[in-house]
Design a protein around this ligand. Structure first.
Ligand code: NI
Length: 249
């Protein structure tokens, strides 16, 4: 069930049966010469949307802009500063919790978001802690590639040149969902260099075509489906377990 294609009455009825919601979260940023700018929000969205076709899950609109300051040297990248990202996450959470949601599962598609999302969780929980009361809700962050079995599958599909950014895994997932948007390019070198992540000018100088350690030329829609299939199945199991977690006290 997709929240944005539902009515408020349908959400009110859903809340009678479940207090859990899945929020795909990612980033809009360059992904090398063949990766779509939306790759990091499309991957968790594709996986969550597939999962809700297979099980009774509610999926919120995708939070599609994240912490991508280091990609701003490449046209089309859009970033929030960590402070505005935390403020926006706080408002999304308070909106959903206000309706009665008690388990908010964020399925993330961008490694650069992790530190800020965790800081946001601390900020959100702090409001309850300083008031010496129970928050009454729980927040969970999961990167889609950390769902059980996904990285082992990626390592089998792409034993070399997986890399850290514009990976063949994430490109394959978007190829499966958007076959009309598949791009091609000659990669030089075939496997991109690795290195640290700092600010945008440094990133562009180190990684001229935007890739980090990857050879996305290995991506195919069929490999993308294998990854989506594995991730969607594990997402369903995790979200159900999260929703059924025992409440303390
Ligand atoms: Ni990515």
């Amino acid at each position: 069930m997709l929240l944005h294609l539902s009515t408020w009455q349908e959400i009110e009825a859903f809340l009678q049966t479940s207090r859990t919601v899945v929020i795909p979260i990612g980033s809009n940023e360059q992904h090398g010469p063949t990766g779509l700018l939306g790759t990091d929000f499309l991957c968790p969205e594709i996986i969550a949307h597939e999962a809700q076709k297979r099980a009774d899950l509610l999926v919120a609109p995708t939070f599609n802009i994240g912490m991508a300051q280091h990609h701003l040297g490449f046209p089309g990248s859009i970033s929030l500063r960590p402070t505005t990202f935390i403020a926006a996450l706080t408002d999304w959470t308070r909106s959903l919790v206000g309706h009665g949601f008690e388990r908010l599962y964020f399925l993330n598609g961008h490694g650069g978001n992790v530190a800020t999302i965790e800081a946001a969780f601390s900020e959100i929980y702090s409001a309850a802690s300083f008031d010496r009361r129970s928050a009454g809700f729980a927040l969970k962050l999961r990167n889609w590639w950390d769902l059980p079995g996904v990285m082992p599958l990626a390592n089998r599909l792409f034993p070399t040149g997986h890399g850290a950014h514009a990976t063949p895994s994430e490109i394959a997932v978007t190829q499966w969902a958007y076959p009309d948007a598949i791009k091609s390019a000659n990669y030089a070198p075939q496997i991109a260099p690795n290195g640290p992540i700092r600010e945008a000018a440094d990133f562009r100088a180190r990684f001229p075509d935007g890739r980090m350690g990857s050879d996305p030329g290995q991506a195919t829609p069929e490999k993308g489906f294998q990854l989506v299939d594995q991730a969607a199945g594990e997402l369903i199991r995790e979200v159900e377990a999260f929703g059924n977690e025992e409440r303390p006290g």
